[in-house]
Design a protein around this ligand. Structure first.
Ligand SMILES: [Zn+2]
Length: 140
């Protein structure tokens, strides 16, 4: 796994979250205005007002939560560490049939034909090659 690239991607996604929060705050103001107008002109339409008010309060809670988060850089590092841990715990990613010659990614369509009792699983491509299996087209 390219941790540097992962970190860059995560940093970019947190930058987007930040801009989403700004956008959300804007939306929040618009919604608050909309609620005010609806309350004034359509008192009988109370169900819609309640739904809108709920959205406003949900958005408020989200904005508060987002605003109270640590700086993106710190958060990013923590997420990277967690991702690396997850990768180490990862489930087998390649499977083959005991009777077959090729191995596949677990999501390959050809794995559907393998009977459960014949399935062989491995975490690495190298392990499959050592067992004498050849890679399917799905393995790149
Ligand atoms: Zn395949």
């Amino acid at each position: 796994m390219d941790v540097k690239q992962l970190e860059t991607n995560l940093y970019e996604s947190f930058t987007r979250v930040k801009s989403d929060v700004l956008h959300l705050t804007d939306e929040l103001n618009k919604l608050a205005n909309a609620v005010g107008k609806i309350q004034a002109s359509q008192a009988k339409n109370s169900e819609k007002i309640e739904a809108l008010a709920k959205r406003v309060s949900d958005a408020s809670a989200y904005a508060r939560a987002a605003a109270s988060k640590k700086p993106a850089q710190v958060k990013t590092q923590r997420v990277v560490v967690e991702k690396v841990k997850q990768a180490k715990r990862a489930k087998p990613t390649y499977i083959a049939s005991k009777n077959g010659k090729k191995f596949h990614k677990t999501n390959c369509i050809f794995t559907k034909n393998i009977k459960p009792k014949d399935i062989v699983k491995f975490k690495s491509k190298k392990a499959m090659l050592n067992k004498g299996y050849k890679p399917c087209q799905c393995v790149q």
